[in-house]
Design a protein around this ligand. Structure first.
Ligand code: SIN
Length: 294
């Protein structure tokens, strides 16, 4: 006998409205403080693959509820900067410019260069979730670039040049520069450096679930293309970075109170636009482990 459960899109209260942009959609009708049914999970999973960024408004969830929702999509990763874990919740990285008693409570300059989260790991992040805790009155937006579009719109001669190449990804690529620019970067211990040894990944990766190709290099974590002379590698990377972040590939997220934003690091790069120094900004981030890029 056919039941309503055979037609999940009819039975579900979820609505997904795609943005008029290169990516992204808003999800309505879901309260993430409640357990997610298998049916709703399937819809969110599908929407995440289709739109790459999902925005859930008005989510009054606890850190544990953010962790529980994130875990539905895979194992969670713990950031190398243990200093900025949320107390009692190592899976949450505090992204914040706030100082308490003169000490930073979180990573204040997270995302100040375009990147895909944890691309410097053998198993980079599948996706990340940011939950707004405190927002500045001005600025603080997050920008996302669609790396499938970046690949698909690349001139043919560049596609031929980069297909089959690999690039190095390294956590420390911009670390010294960030340390000079801001107070948020502690010196790394030997153990932390050992945890983030450089890795290589294909410059063009295939999304493991959709089969779509995407450029997989970033300003923050990709210092060089393997096997090319330094100047050629630099020039090619600069060309690819500039092409990737053309306005027609971008969605700019303007945060609202209690937003939870869930993006696909296999399809996107992102950038924190920053806000005036004196304005407080705090978000909680979880990251989900993905597959080895191919
Ligand atoms: C990040 O790169 O994960 C942080 C993005 C943001 O703070 O907007």
């Amino acid at each position: 006998m056919t039941t309503i459960a055979d037609f999940p899109e009819v039975a579900s209260s979820i609505h997904i409205n795609a943005f008029q942009a290169a990516l992204g959609a808003e999800v309505h009708g879901l309260d993430l403080s409640q357990p997610l049914s298998e049916r709703d999970f399937s819809r969110i999973h599908r929407a995440h693959l289709d739109h790459h960024v999902l925005v859930f408004r008005e989510q009054r969830i606890t850190p544990q509820q953010q962790i529980d929702f994130s875990r539905r999509f895979g194992k969670l990763q713990v950031h190398v900067l243990r200093q900025f874990q949320l107390s009692g919740h190592p899976e949450i990285l505090v992204v914040s410019n706030i100082k308490e008693n003169g000490q930073p409570i979180g990573l204040g300059d997270a995302g100040h260069f375009w990147h895909s989260d944890l691309s410097y790991k053998e198993l980079p992040s599948l996706g990340s979730l940011l939950h707004a805790q405190e927002l500045p009155a001005e600025g603080g937006d997050t920008l996302f670039a669609n790396m499938h579009l970046a690949w698909e719109t690349l001139p043919d001669y560049l596609k031929r040049t980069v297909e089959g190449l690999t690039a190095e990804h390294s956590y420390v690529t911009k670390y010294a520069e960030l340390q000079r620019r801001s107070p948020w970067r502690p010196n790394l211990t030997e153990q932390q450096i050992a945890e983030v040894k450089p890795v290589t990944h294909p410059v063009v990766r295939t999304h493991p679930e959709t089969g779509r190709k995407a450029l997989f290099i970033s300003e923050h974590f990709t210092p060089r293309i393997v096997g090319l002379p330094e100047d050629e590698s630099r020039e090619l990377l600069d060309t690819l970075f500039a092409h990737s972040v053309k306005p027609e590939h971008i969605y700019r997220h303007q945060w609202q109170k209690h937003d939870l934003v869930f993006w696909d690091n296999r399809s996107l790069m992102h950038l924190a636009a920053g806000c005036p120094e004196q304005q407080r900004r705090k978000l909680y981030r979880t990251t989900i482990e993905g597959d080895a890029p191919f």
